[in-house]
Ligand binder design. Sequence first.
Ligand code: NAP
Length: 305
Amino acid sequence: MSRIYDRVALIGLGLIASSMAHAMRAGGLAGEIVGTARSAETRAVARELGFCDRVTETAAEAVRDADLVVLATPVGVMGAVAAEIAPHLKPGAVVTDVGSVKRAVIDAVGPELPDTVTFIPGHPLAGTEHSGPRSGFATLFRKRWTILLPPDDADETDVARLRALWEGMGAYVDYMAPDHHDLVLAVTSHAPHLIAYTMVGVADDLRRVTDSEVIKYSAAGFRDFTRIAASDPTMWRDVFLSNREATLEILGRFTEELFALQRAIRTGDGDHLHAYFTRTRAIRRGIIEAGQDTEAPDFGRGSAS
Ligand code: NAP
């Protein structure tokens, strides 16, 4: 694989940025990888692990002369980070991000950046419940989709290079408009996370009654909820606060369907339940056929790392 950027700056050095660094290293995609994070502790861990060529104390230093700058912090601080780096960006540089929400990030980051750089928002649809600089690994993005959201006036060469970087890290790449992205992700990721958080919260309440039976007899369904509900609290707080409209829309629909199922159970309407579960089973089959999961009991997770 050949070099795509001479210098890449990573702002934030958690799961996503450290995985990008490992993957860029593995593919020889960047001449130099420079990184920075908010805390001295994270910067020290990054230096110890050595996945960046240089770790700087400030974001301003990190972006100096970078051809590509990746915002990989929680979405709630991306606007402030953009304001901090704006005066130090190299003219002609591309700025991208990996945030799980797109409209709010575009509204916060776009106005802070100078006209001399191009902002191409992005979102890798890959992650784990782990966070921080020790959690990254080179294959996180392999065979997973990354969504790019280039503005209409973006230079085609800039878009093609960023696409090539993600493909070099093993990802499939697709393009989407911001509002569409936020609605799709509200259905596929954000609402399911909220439901998992709720289910685990309910079980925790129940545990006080049943004295640890919830943990002891925890079956696969509940264990999967607990894995999702172990995701980073800061990241997910920001996701819900910045994708409010789409998440509320989907949760509204979810509540209606839940009430319909509740009614079917109360009235003994087995046909309704059976038809519903038959429809949902077909969706699972579709995901496996699309190569986005496996039939293995661990849902293919063991092969992800
Ligand atoms: P993470 O592991 O928690 O890492 C976040 C990083 O951002 C940390 O290094 C943190 O530094 C740094 N940071 C926070 N505030 C900062 C600031 N003001 N200036 C500089 N650095 C700052 O998070 P992650 O999972 O990599 O997520 C990063 C982004 O990717 C989020 O926007 C998230 O929505 C998106 N994303 C996440 C997933 C996932 O499953 N995790 C998947 C796709 C996209 P400290 O350690 O020093 O606090």
